[in-house]
Design a protein around this ligand. Sequence first.
Ligand SMILES: [Zn+2]
Length: 66
Amino acid sequence: MADPCYVVRCPQCSGFSVTRAKKVHRCPYCGQSITISDSTVIHVADDPRKARHLVSVLKGKRHGLH
Ligand SMILES: [Zn+2]
C-alpha cells in the first residue's frame, strides 16, 4: 500500500496543499513550516489524484466564500 497523501491547511495563510511528508510540510504559498498533525491535516487520501482534486474543490469553495 502506498504512503498516504495528506491534504493540509496552512495555519498562516489558510492555503491548501498536498503532501506525503510525515512530520513537517512547507507551505507552497507562504513558506510556512506546517507540522503534520490533527489540527493541520484535513483529509487523508490513498490516491494523490483524489487529494489534488479535493484541494481544487476546497480552493474553489474558499474563493466563493470571499
Ligand atoms: Zn501558507
